[in-house]
Design a protein around this ligand. Structure first.
Ligand code: ATP
Ligand code: MG
Length: 428
């Protein structure tokens, strides 16, 4: 019978890779705690209408990439393609604005998009993201961007570029949209077909086109930055100034946009040259109209999301996988010895030692070989003689030094063992 394989665009994160994921999660969790961002976990599926309203029906994600199905109760359901809509739904549903002040939330989880799978692009992928709700201040934008850079720095990632833009307020954008359409209309026939389509539906998204012909035409297109009102301009200037004060270097990129009406002011992306064509590791921006669009009270917001698969690819380039180190490897043979071995393993494990118990029942030689391969610092060895005398051999694998210990004494030796193990581990 043929075996069943993982679905196209999904993959298993195997034990030799999972350490990178745990590292990212641990670092992010720690950094979010220092900034007093709170974790939120929302469902993996939602009503389809949430994403249609939250992301806009004209976006590629909603029009082409959603995993949508009808459940047994005839509801239109979608596996979440991103995190913001669910977090904002939850914010509104639980009346979080009533708590006053600013809600600083972060999330981590699987997202689903029906895309063409390639390196750094999957159908089930993972995002780490933040949403800051309730502040329209430019300092919230700077804080969110700084948080993203702090995480990336803590991971040791270098060669990252931050692209920054402002798309102003709704009025600014309306004027710019008209200017852009005005400029592009005479070139309509030479645009790629998606862009032709967008010219009426969502012209700002044309700036995103990867088509080289379209990009050539866009070279002389008007810049959004020439359409910012004095207030929007001042806000953008102050943000840049503050980011500069924080030592965060940004490239101003007037081609970076979001197509939808509820996006305002700040847009940014963090990119890497080490990822091939899937260069963006983090994307975010301000969405002052989204909460109201989803039926909540008028509440400004800013957020970003990082693609974890892409972070893992970058981490793998700069550091080798290091499996969890083993402290003790326990070798035993003979019925009585094998049971005693488990008792000793439990004592060591309860004291926090990483302790691997050989369950093979094979000859001592074979068990020792596995012990060596495990990278353990020390072995406990129990055979018939030891089980009779209630002892064990404690063998330090690097030096080969060996001594007999009383099983009953093991609990009183713990602190001493801890010191020796950490010394030997630090010696490499
Ligand atoms: P892209 O241009 O790469 O398709 P996007 O604009 O669709 O990105 P966002 O919706 O802004 O991406 O998502 C934020 C981040 O999530 C991206 O910058 C990327 O790191 C990651 N991401 C998005 N889609 C995928 C995917 N299919 N597989 C893996 N990571 C993804
Ligand atoms: Mg995409």
């Amino acid at each position: 019978m043929s075996s069943i394989q993982a679905i196209r665009g999904t993959r298993d994160i195997l034990p030799d890779e999972v350490g990178y994921w745990q590292q990212i999660e641990a670092i992010a969790r720690k950094i979010f705690a220092t900034a007093v961002y709170q974790e939120i976990r929302t469902p993996i599926f939602e009503q389809t209408a949430l994403f249609e309203r939250g992301m806009g029906e004209a976006t590629d994600v909603v029009s082409k990439e959603m995993y949508t199905f009808t459940d047994r109760g005839d509801r239109a359901i979608t596996l979440r393609p991103e995190g913001t809509a669910g977090v904002v739904r939850s914010f509104v549903e639980h009346g979080m604005q009533a708590q006053g002040g600013v809600q600083r939330l972060w999330y981590l989880g699987s997202m689903f998009r029906y895309e063409r799978p390639q390196a750094g692009r999957q159908r089930q992928f993972h995002q780490l993201g933040v949403e800051v709700l309730g502040s329209a201040d430019f300092r919230a934008d700077a804080e969110a961007i700084a948080l993203a850079t702090t995480i990336l720095q803590a991971l040791g990632l270098k060669n990252l570029r931050i692209e920054l833009n402002s798309i102003g307020n709704g009025d600014d954008r309306q004027k710019y949209r008209a200017a852009l359409v005005n400029y592009l209309t005479p070139h309509q026939a030479d645009l790629d077909s998606d862009s032709q389509d967008r010219l009426t539906r969502n012209p700002l998204r044309i700036l995103d086109s990867k088509n080289s012909g379209t990009q050539k035409i866009l070279k002389d297109a008007p810049s959004i930055l020439d359409y910012l009102s004095p207030d929007s301009q001042q806000r953008f200037d102050r943000l840049q100034q503050l980011l500069g004060d924080l030592g965060i270097v940004c490239n101003i990129n007037d081609r970076l946009v979001r197509g939808l009406d509820y996006y305002t002011h700040t847009v940014f992306e963090i990119q890497s040259d080490d990822l091939g064509s899937q260069a963006t590791v983090c994307a975010g921006g301000r969405y002052d109209g989204l909460v109201a669009e989803l039926g909540g009270p008028d509440t400004p917001g800013i957020g970003w999301a990082m693609g974890l698969e892409r972070l893992v690819i970058l981490l793998q380039q700069i550091q080798p996988a290091h499996p969890d180190p083993v402290d003790f490897y326990i070798v035993s043979k003979g019925e009585k010895a094998e049971t005693q071995a488990l008792v000793l393993a439990q004592i060591l494990r309860r004291s926090g030692f990483r302790t691997e118990l050989d369950l093979s029942g094979s000859a001592f030689g074979k068990q020792f070989k596995r012990g060596d391969r495990s990278g353990a610092i020390a072995c406990l060895v129990l055979g018939d003689a030891e089980s009779e005398s209630q002892t064990a051999q404690l063998k330090w694998l690097k030096s080969g030094e060996q001594s007999t210990i009383e099983q009953a004494n093991l609990p009183s030796m713990i602190e001493d063992l801890r010191t020796q193990i950490s010394r030997l581990r630090n010696d490499g």
